[in-house]
Ligand binder design. Sequence first.
Ligand code: TNX
Length: 520
Amino acid sequence: MNNIPYPALIPRPLHIQRLPGFFEITPETRIVADPELWDPAELLAERLRQSTGWPILVTSSADDPPPGNTIDVRRTPASAGAEAYSIRATEEKALISAEGAAGAWYGAQTLLQLLPPAIFCSSPRVMDNWRLPCVTIEDTPRFRWRGVMLDSVRHFQPVEYLRKFIDLLSQHKINVLHWHLTDDQGWRIEIKKYPRLSDIGGQRRETPLGHYESKRGGDGIPYGGAYSQEDIKALIAYAARRNVSILPEIEMPGHARAAVAAYPQLGVLPEPVEVSCEWGVHETLFNIKPATLDFLKEVLEEVIALFPFEYIHVGGDEAVKTQWKEDPDTQGRMKQMGLKDEHELQSWFIRQMAEFLKSRGRKLVGWDEILEGGLAPGSTVMSWRGTAGAIAAANLGHPAVMCSNTALYFDYCQSDSPASEPLSIGGKITLEMVYHYEPVPEELPAELRGSILGVQGQLWTEYMPSIGRVEYMAFPRVAALAEVAWSGKERPPFSNFTERLKTHLKRLDCQDVRYRAPLE
Ligand code: TNX
């Protein structure tokens, strides 16, 4: 009965039991779906059609049962949560049940992983059989926030690629794509009211060569790009069908150089600046004039109209305060408002945005610097500098997402020998370190643990000029992240994961993912 290897599922499900026999997909196999689950059923059928070359029709559960074997996609109203699902596969029938589309989508993803890896190929393969082991699976995620951040500023990925990236994330049961859209080196989202943001702010004169510490200058090649609102709308819809929410990030008050280059009146200093052609932390800040805050709210208004996710990210990180400190106008207004220092001023700034977002029914997310000078009501903290930010947020009754730069920065080098790796920012975060990461800080008292919404991996792209490089840095670390984010706290030894990973990498091969092959 166990003559096939233990199903190589990533992330591992909560409960799985192997039953005797196999369920075989044939040219006659039908998918029978409840009307509410039509979308995930149809997406499952599309994937099966591509690799098997068979018609795989989807029919409604209201119709007469079709002849032959079926994959049923059924609603079970009282399930363990919106993302939970169960699978029961016998020799006659495979049944995916879930409360709604999200759970059914994940059930379909697991079902695909029970099949041979070639099921992920985009053109028909000839196989002796397309069969999956009979099993029962009960599954539900550990965390509700399972994110990956992609920086589309330092380097820009075409929107067609983002669809593939979303496919890959959703196969790993990742449900948030945090999209870093503005920074010193570019503004990548079309804002209708302020077209210069992407027209001027979306272009830079050149891109740095080599590591930023090497100070080798630039490549002399103009670089740019921005996503149109039409592209963004289509991408959001594409992601939503795959249970991925897109979190847009509009940086403020720092990382503002591209915006200030486009509209100099937003800056603190009178001298014009250009879109930055260097990596690293910059000093350009937005000024605190009412007109600038209004400008940013108008930008957010368009962002809100585009993105349906309940959260909006306003950055808040690495805002060096020198310009505010040295500017008499800023200092005058700060005193007038009774603010003690520039940290309180940043906190005031972010609070204006939090109130605005709240008035539009949205929640603010910021990097952990938004704690400095007082946290805005209703905000969520992304804890990137270790766990301190998350603990402080939780103690103040705020939610946090763990983004730690000791385990979840996928721009860091993946081995001990940077010389044998492509150029990266440095540091070291191996696959094993990601796998062993525990998101809930030990110091957190039991009653505050619920504040940890989940985890997120970061892909800052200074050193990822191509999508091949993005994939090399992302995979297979995203597979380990998926296991941390979705599967239970008690995890099997790393060797169990790497064993499953061997099969999983074949799935990625079928999709031409240029991952970093783990060394034996
Ligand atoms: C810090 S982490 C940044 C980014 C850089 C990254 C490089 C954070 C909130 N800001 O601007 O790209 O380091 O690792």
